[in-house]
Design a protein around this ligand. Sequence first.
Ligand SMILES: [Zn+2]
Ligand SMILES: [Zn+2]
Length: 973
Amino acid sequence: MEYRKYLTTGAAVPARTARRWKRSAACSGSPRRKKVCVSAVTLSDPARMSCGPALDSHHPGPALDSLNPDPALVSFGPALNSHGPDPDPALDRHDPALVSCGPALNSHGPDPDPALDRHDPALVSCGPALNSHGPDPDPALDRHDPALVSCGPALNSHGPDPDPALDRHDPALVSCGPALNSHGPDPTRVPCDPALVSPDTDSALISTISVCEEPPLSFIPPVHQTSTNTSCAYGQVRQTATVEDTRKQHELLLLALKLKHGLTDEALEDTLKVVNVISQRHYVSSTKHHFYKTFDDLKRNIQFHYICEGCTISVNIEGEKVVCPNCQYSCRIADHMKQGHFFIVFPLESQLRNMMEQEELFSQLTRPNSAAHSSPLTDITDGELYKRVNRNIEGQSEHHVNLTLTFSCDGVPVFKKSSYSIWPLLYTVNELPPDLRAKQVMLAALWFGPSKPNCNTYLSPFVKECNQLLTHGFEWISVNGIHGRSKVFPLVAVCDSVARPMIQNFKQFNGEFGCSYCLQKGTVVEKGQGHVRVYPFESDTESRNHGSSLDFAREAIENRTTVKGVKGPSILSLIPSVDLIQGCVPDYMHACLLGVARSMTYMWVGSDNHENPWYVGRCIQVIDQKLHLIQPPSCVSRVPRSLRERNYWKAHEWYMWLFYYSIPVLKGILPECYLIHWTRFVKALALLLTESVTLQQIQEADIMLRRFVMEMGDLYGIQNMSYNVHLSLHLAQSVRNWGPLWAHSAFTFESYNHSLLKMIKSTQGVPLQIAKTFQLQKGLPLYAKKTLSNASSECISAFEDLVRPTHTQSAIRCKEVIALGGRHEKVRLEQDDYLALHNVANHIERELLVSYRDRAVINGEVTHSKRHSRERKRNSHVVVLTDNSIFSVDKFVVADLVSGEHCYAIGHYFETKRHSFFASLSNPHHFVAVGKKLGHLTAVPAAVIQRKCLFMNLPNLKVNYVFMFLNRNELTN
Ligand SMILES: [Zn+2]
Ligand SMILES: [Zn+2]
C-alpha cells in the first residue's frame, strides 16, 4: 500500500518535497520535474499480453480515473478552441468574461442546437448586430466584447455549417438565411445593404429579410443556375444553399492552397482580398476570422490539459481557476494558459474514425492472417509479438476491424536560439501499408515548453483513451455503408535512448543498469577529460521482461530506491497490450545511424584520435574527393557532403554513408581489420533492413552483430563500448518481434516532426498554430468530399491538383509505365535505335514514327534516361531489371504499335563481375560488382525495370559498383 501514496495526480509527492522543489525551482528559475509514479494497482499481472478477458482485471476503473483530467477540464477545451482556432495572441488577452462565455459557445457550436429551430426573435435580432461587424475585419471582434461573442455561435450555426436542418426550416427561418449570411461573404449581402446598414427595429429587420428572400439570379454563380429543379417550397432554400455551397467550395480551394504552400494567415488574407477584387464582389470571406469559421467543424476536437508548473502534475479546475491538488498553487485559467502550463490532447477516436471513413484508407487496411511461422517478415504485421497479440483479440470481420498502433514521443527544438521544444506524441496505424502509414501520421498530444514533459502526466490522457478504445472500441460507418466497430491496441513505442527510459520509468543509459532490454550493469571508465558508462560485451546477460519489470517497480516504490535500473511503475504498463520491454523498440535510426555510425566516423577522423591505429583524419581530403565523385540517383535527398561538414549531416546522410558510401570510400584508407569489423555491422544491418527478411537472415545478422560488439572492445578499447554499440545486441530481437527495422524506425515520425515545425509561422501561440493546421490538414479530405459533392468538374480537378502531387503533365500512359518529358512530336526512329528495338519487337518497321522521352514513371518511381542530364551531380539512369541484370538507360522510346502504345528503354547492359572487398569476408548482399557497359545498344520494355540503383565508379576500385536500395520504404522520390 506504500506506493499508493505515489499515484499521479492525487497525493503524489509529500508536501515537504514539493516545497523543496518549489524553492529550488524559484532559485534556478526553471521548473523542476517531479519523478511521479503512477498507480501500481494494475501492475501485477505478468500475462498482460493476452489482452482478451484479462483486460478488465488490469485496469480497474478508479485507478485509471485517478489519472484522468477533471471532466470540467475537458469540457473547457472545445470552448477555448472555438475562440482560438488560430494562433491568435488574442487568446492570451482573454478576459474572464470571455472565458466564462466559452461553454455557452461550445454548446451552440458542435451540435446543431435544436433551440435554433425555435428561432425566436431575440435570436434573429442578433443577426444585424453582428452583421454590422461582419463584412469588415472589424477590430471590435478582436476585442471580444462578451455580448458580441455570445451572439457569434448562433450566427455561425446558421451560416457556414453544412447543417441539413436548414433545409427543413419553415419559410420564416429560411428568410433569415440571407440576412445571416450577409454577416459573412454571401453575395446576397449586396442588395440587402441599404436596409441592413442601420436596422434599428425588428420591423426594419423583417423588411430586410423579405428583400433578401429573393436573391437576384445575377448573384448566383452561373454553374449552379440549373440546380433549382427542386420542389417549389424549397426552391429558395436550394438557391441560397447553392450560393453558399459555391462559396464553401471556393474557400475549400483556398484552404488547400494555403496548406499546400504553407501560407501564413497574412498571405491568406491578402489572397482573399485579391479574389474578392477579381470577382468584383465580396465573394469569399474577407478576413481570416470569417474564413476559418467555415472550417470550425474541423477544429473542434481538441482538449486542453493544465499542469502545475512546480509539481508537473495535472491541476484541478475549480470555477475559473486552476488549483494544484498537491502544492495548493492556484491561478486564473486564462493567466495559467498565458504562462504556457498546458498541453493539448487530440483524441484518437475522432482521428481514427476519420481514417475509417476515407475509402482510400479503409480499403487499404490489411486483415492480418496468421501466416506460417517461417515465412519471411515483410512488415510489422508479420512480427512474432504482433501475431501473438492478434491471436488473442477477437476475430476480424467486415464489421470488426481491430487496429494496432505504433507511437512515438521525442523532443524537437523549435527555435534556433531558445530551449523551447515541442514534444509531439505521434502515432501510426500498423494495419495501413508502409507507404500510407508514413503519410498518415497522427498527433495524439502536443507539449510545448522549455523543459521535457513529465511523462506520466503527459501520457495519461493518451493511456486513458487507449484503454477506453481497447475495451469498448469505437463505431464507424465506411463509405460503402458498412457499420463497424474497431478496438484499438497500442503495441510499439519508438523513442530514442533519452525518451525511452522516460516512458519506461527506467534509469538512462549513463546510470547503473541503464539498458532498457537487459540487466547488464555497465562499468564506468575514463574517457577524455571525464568518465563514461560503458557496456563491455557479455555473452550471457539476463534479459529484462515485462513481468519482472513490474516486480522491480513495486519493489522500487516500497523501498524508495531504484531496483535494477527501474525507478518505479511506468504509465505504459497501464495499457494491457503494451509490453514494457519488447514494446519499446531500440530505434535503429537513433542507435545505429546517429549513434554507432556517427561516433565511429568521428573516431576515424577526429584529431583527438591521431595516435590511434584507426585514425584516418590525414586522408580526409582523399575521402572527400571520392565522396564528391559519387552521383546518387534523384531519390536520394542530398548529394554526399564533405566529411568536414559531418557536424551537419542528417540521419539520411548517415544512412547513405553507412550503407553505401563508407566501405568503397574507406577501402585502402582505413586499415583492413577495422574496415572488416565495420563491414560486419553494415552487412548485419542491411539484412535487418531488407524489404522482407527471413528468420534465418535475422539469425545471421544477430551473430554478426554479436561479433561486431565483441570485437569492438579489442579494436577500439573499452572506453568506446558505448551504449549505442551495446544496443546492436538487441536489434535482432526487435526484428523478430515487429518485422524489419524500417517498419518501426523513427524515420516516419522524424519526418513528420519536420512537417509540424513547418506549421509554425510565428513565435506566438506555437502549440495552437500547430493544433489548428494539423486539424485542418487531417479534416480536409472528408470535408472536401462533403463540400465538393455538387461542385463543378473544374472545381474538383483544381482541388485535386492542390492536394495531390502531380508529375503527369504531358505524360503518356503505356500500360503500367508513364513516359515523361522530351519532345512530344513523332519522329522517325534513329538507325541504331531501330536495330535495338527490332530485336525485342521484330514487327517494328523502319518507317515507324515514335516519340523520344526523357523519363518514365515505373512502379511509382521516376526513372531518368541519360538524355535527361539536367543534374550533373546525379545519376538516375542505372537500373536493375526484373531478371537482376544491371542496365543503363540512354533514352525512352514510345511507339504506337498495333497492340497500343509501348514504352521501351534503350541503353546498355553492364557486364557482371565477381569482386569482393575482402578476402576473408563476403560483401554485403546489396553490393553488386559490375564491369564495363556492353558495347551494343539494346532495347528492353520499360516495364521490366525494377528499380533505380546507385552506380559508383571510384578510381581506387578495379571494378564499378552498383548498390541496390535495401527497401522501398525509406527513400522516396
Ligand atoms: Zn503543484
Ligand atoms: Zn542490453
